[in-house]
Design a protein around this ligand. Structure first.
Ligand code: SAM
Length: 277
């Protein structure tokens, strides 16, 4: 299956939102994530195409589900990530896997000079553009289609690279971390926001019920989703790199002063690293 971005194909260009992508087209149902693939959704060789098709299908209701199912905490997590980045008025920020643009807008509100949002799912970028226009962002955000592992950015050209709830979705995420290092200026900051599993036993138990049983059902209902997107979400968190190995990968790539800030009982972690000079 061709990777999104490597061919002229775009999931949402003239297709119904629930149409399966090429290569999944012969599947008997539009379900992109079946039980077998959900066992470890990072393994399929066509993960990128599946992820892109899934986000194309849920793009129209993505924000509603995000806000509702995080009890509106997602906005606070993104504002915290922008604060941890310590934005300066001269900063250029590249928000990768920007989706519908909420983190890009948080960087704009935090005072960045220039914000670039990049995502390989065109339907999500369309949502981001419409929102940016409505909200009259302080610094306008320039959105562009692009793959996290092959960024359309020059070496050492940005002060901050961010990725919120995106690194887990990127096939070859280690390659993406190297790509973030390449485009950051020496001294530039990498900010990663990602779900984690709470360590406290009681919170873990409650979160488990909510995240693995209630949320997949209610979010799928709200979005009318048949791709399995909201079953993929907990499955992809469970099978992704541990916080320790994600932080270690940042260090191995050449980031220094790597820190992890746990947010809301450890449901979410904000990672920060500084590109070595
Ligand atoms: C869960 S959404 C997060 C969107 C946004 N950052 C937010 O905070 O709401 C994940 C996004 O990652 C994007 N994505 C996944 N793999 C990608 C890749 N290789 N390159 C660019 N974007 C990617 C998807 O298209 C999707 O928009």
């Amino acid at each position: 299956m061709p990777l999104p971005g490597s061919s002229p194909w775009r999931y949402n260009a003239g297709m119904e939102p629930h149409d399966p992508p090429p290569g999944v087209a012969s599947a008997p149902s539009p379900r992109i994530w079946d039980a077998q693939r959900l066992a470890n959704p990072h393994i399929p060789p066509d993960k990128s195409a599946r992820v892109c098709a899934m986000f194309s299908a849920i793009a129209p209701t993505y924000d509603l589900n995000n806000h509702l199912h995080s009890l509106w905490l997602d906005g606070a997590w993104r504002r915290k990530a922008a604060a941890i980045a310590q934005i300066r008025p001269t900063d250029t920020v590249a928000d990768i896997a920007c989706g519908t643009g909420d983190l890009a807008l948080a960087f704009s509100a935090a005072g960045a000079r220039r914000v670039i949002g990049i995502d390989f799912c065109h339907a999500m970028i369309c949502g981001a553009k419409a929102k940016s226009f409505r909200q009259l962002a302080r610094a306008p955000v320039a959105y562009s289609d692009g793959d996290a592992t092959r960024l359309p950015l020059a070496d050492q050209s940005v002060d901050v690279v961010s990725i919120a709830f995106g690194i887990r979705n990127v096939d070859q995420w280690r390659l993406a971390i190297k790509e973030f290092f390449r485009v950051l200026k020496p001294g530039g900051r990498l900010i990663i926001l990602e779900f984690a599993t709470p360590r406290n036993a009681v919170v873990h138990w409650l979160f488990n019920i909510y995240f693995r049983r209630i949320m997949p059902a209610t979010a799928s209902f709200i979005s009318g989703d048949r791709t399995g997107a909201y079953h993929y979400l907990p499955a992809s968190v469970d099978t992704f790199a541990t916080p320790e190995s994600l932080a270690a990968e940042m260090t191995d790539t050449g980031f220094t002063a790597v820190t992890r800030r746990s947010l809301t009982f450890g449901i979410c972690i904000c990672y920060r690293g500084v590109r070595r000079g």
